[in-house]
Write a protein that binds this ligand. Sequence first.
Ligand SMILES: [Cu+2]
Length: 129
Amino acid sequence: MISRLVTLSFVLASASLVSCGGDDAGTTEAAAATVVVTNNIFTPANVTVKAGQTVEWQFNQGVHDVTSGKTDPGTATAPPTCTPDGKFASGEPQGSGTYRFKFTTAGTFSYYCSPHCANKQFGTVTVTP
Ligand SMILES: [Cu+2]
């Protein structure tokens, strides 16, 4: 029964990924880097891909999102802050499924989890030419 539910939710998640345009949701191209999302940490937090390659985030534990923008870890007296830049975003926080984004320009792109900015759930994607 549990495995049937897991299969069903996987199918539903896959269907919703295919139906949402933009980003890299519908591609069959293999991801060049995979980031596992568990409670308040991206693993690995820093990945490097080449321009034109795709990064895939796998939501495995808790409820999180992937939002691009500036991250500041704060200080002993100031809390961490996160400011979205609109370059990529997975949308509503999710507890399972995947999010994929194809990076087409070189640079270093920082991102965070919106619900857990205070926990410094930060990551970066470095894209080489
Ligand atoms: Cu989170």
